[in-house]
Write a protein that binds this ligand. Sequence first.
Ligand SMILES: Cc1cc2nc3c(=O)[nH]c(=O)nc-3n(C[C@H](O)[C@H](O)[C@H](O)COP(=O)(O)O)c2cc1C
Length: 394
Amino acid sequence: MADPRISEAGFDLDQIDHLLSTTRAVRKRLDFDRPVSDEVIFDCIDLAEQAPTGGNDASRRWLVVRDQAIKDQLGDLYRETGQIFTKARQRLIGTGHPKEKVVSSSAYLVENMAKAPVLVIAAIWGIHDNSGRPGLFDTVIPSAWSFNLALRARGLGSAYTTMLNGNVEQLEEILGIPPGVTTIVTFPVAYTKGTEFKPAPRRPASEITYFDQWGFTRSQPSTDGTTRVVDGQGVVAEIDTDARPSEVWPIISDIDMPARFSSEFLGAEWTEGSEPGVGATFVGRNEIPDMFAWEVTCHVTEWVPEQTFEWRVTDPNNPGAIWRFDLAEQGAGSRLRFSMIIGQENNGTVPQALKDPEKEERVLNRRRQTLKANMQATVEGVRDLVDGGAEADG
Ligand SMILES: Cc1cc2nc3c(=O)[nH]c(=O)nc-3n(C[C@H](O)[C@H](O)[C@H](O)COP(=O)(O)O)c2cc1C
């Protein structure tokens, strides 16, 4: 077995990282038959109370429900609000839809909430003032998550549920909660059936972490924290639309489209004989107005209709840039992500950036400001087209 990774602070990182990456929302694997002691609940709440609290106020309260008659009432209430999940399960069953599993699991909890040996509700003295400032919810959330982690470390599990807040008056009546208290989260707590859980698929930090400016990404961590060509500096522009991915795809897969919105991109044509798809090429025409114009060959490296369109500029193995559209369902519409990464060579920016290490960051960031403006204009243009706010030839 490999030696444990012990951090400078003395923690076993394999253990800690395993806990942090495998504390899942557990529903179907809750063991409703195994009792849960008060002692373990107290231990987990004591640990949860070590979480930060706004103003260092001791205002959090925890309500532990064991009485089956009360759990049944809460179960009924949860079922009322949770019908969206049972209905959605009907719709998604057997479709392979990305949300099929979570909806099926959530619907299972809707039907079985009252069977959990314990329901634990985290609440706080106070009413949220809707000021937008950090407030009550923010004080409960970190401790509620610590509670979950403490459960998992002891072989128990839960799901972080908020749906009972949709019926708050009845919830308060069932539990005798006085005015002036806000309930935040309800945990069905039980031992888990088995203790192996896996990390969930999530976007990597490099895609969702921005440095210094909104949308400025780094493909890999910099060794000294500075902005360098070698780390793959990128730009992301995202937008939500009301349209489904099937309606957005024809627009983003039209290689000429960004010319309508970008100040640098003049248009593109598929290379003769190229059918849109992986391996196809197109030629893009660009200009920096009043300075120079250039043409580049673009190689399609990913093409998944209604999801992903990626192309690499100049040389697919050593691209001047990697450009990409990603589409995903978001609520009833979709989220469009337009991203690019500046390559290590085969472009105009890198020679300039590498001329003087003192200026590397400034050159890269100036270039990214222009790219970001054009990419933002493009995603807004697409959104307006699909949501019907602009003329098709805008
Ligand atoms: C703010 C918040 C509210 C949630 N509300 C519910 C809920 O009402 N019912 C439920 O079954 N799960 C709820 N969840 C759990 C999520 O559905 C769950 O975290 C998500 O499916 C991802 O699963 P994972 O945490 O195992 O990766 C909630 C999670 C959060 C963070």
